[in-house]
Design a binder for this molecule. Sequence first.
Ligand SMILES: [Mn+2]
Length: 493
Amino acid sequence: MDSIPDSMKEALNKAVEIIKTSKKPMAISHIDADGITAMAIVVFLLERAGHSPTWQNIHQLNSDTIFEVRDLAREHKPDLMIFSDLGTGQIQLIKEYLENEPYIRHIIILDHHLPPKNPSLTKGPFKSNKILEINPSNHDLSGSYDVSGAGVSFLLAYSLSTENADLSELAIVGASGDLQAYYGKGFVGVNEEIIKIGEYSGFIRVDKDLTFFGINTRPLPQLLEYATDPYLPGITGDRDACYKFYNDLSIPLKDDLDRWRIWMDLCQEEKQQIIQALVSHILQFYENPRIASGIVGNIITLPRRPERTEMRSAKEFSTLLNACGRNRRADVGVKICLGDVDALREGITLLQQHRANLASALRRLETDGYDETESMYIVNDPETPDTIIGIIIGMAQGSRIIPVDKPVIGVSTNTSDDGPRVKISGRAKKSLVKRGLNLKEVFSTASTLVNESAEEKVAEAGGHPMAAGAFVHEDYLDEFLELVSVEIRRTVK
Ligand SMILES: [Mn+2]
């Protein structure tokens, strides 16, 4: 592992020793695809080292949930706790509420998130007798591109035994879920090395192919009907148009056994024909030629996984796991990774619902349109659930249903708790961030101002410059949006 600095190898070796001497480990992880795969890797490595760990995924680790984790620990009394895909930002909480539990001998944190900017905290790795933190950002590596939470967990598994090479599959599924190969550059750094380990041992294959979702699973018509990245105007959402598209190219939709063909059934010539037709279709609607060329890219296949299933490609696998997490069923996702067939069936149902929700929300947006103010676009669709409003507005700008010259703000009143709080999501392109926009700051400022005028907490915000979110009491929604609009105008140069 050439890409791992010695200081990180040292930390990994320490963790190996701890695991070997532990008697009763417990694992805690995040609920997205990276957290789910990180958890599965940790469970595998512990089981293969002779343990039978208890495990629990959590939405986030904060001053509320730390008590749930402590209760769980008090119930099972582990001598080792392993946190994956979270923990770095919550080290103080872990120290305060877990470190002093008498039965706990060690706490290992396998994270890749940056610690919060707080000048009173010294730069990691965190030093404590019980807590061992392993985080690429403590070793001059990037937690955004070099390695994900699942990747750090894999490094531990691989340090424990090179026979854990098969877990490279899950590591790269996690990295795909965290979009570590984003911006079309493919995987780099430690991720690239993990792929090499997987290729060498026959668990991973990288090919140039169509980047659409569903090349291993969807019948050809649905491959286009549900295409959202990019959205295909006149084809996405229109099954007849999809049939016509293939008919015009004389591509048979079924095989000799009358079974629907999928993309992976096509011969090279057929694939080329379709790709060319898609490229010319896309070029009619999108100005940026990179959107057309982006439909072909490096596809990561897991050749040992069953054909025609979501588990066959890293991208589909990670989406399947994300769908589990988004439906608050991260446990189903972990069980899928651990090889549970019933869980796979349940996960696929969750995924199908999720994709159907996305497609119908995009179609409503295309039909009903959106609002525009001087400084932003607003999508207010009472039917779109709060869990997907951020994805929807991101896709809408990605596919240019909504222009990208201003940020887009999504409003969802369809929240799971039916409370008075409305979910606000914001997305902005990098070019706007370069001109001074920081959506997280915009939402935070608007929250502070609206809280001050309400004289109580009616709004809360968080996120990043390009993607941020807020919860706002419905009575203050208009005031909040007005403040957001003003803030955007004030900060974008
Ligand atoms: Mn992660």
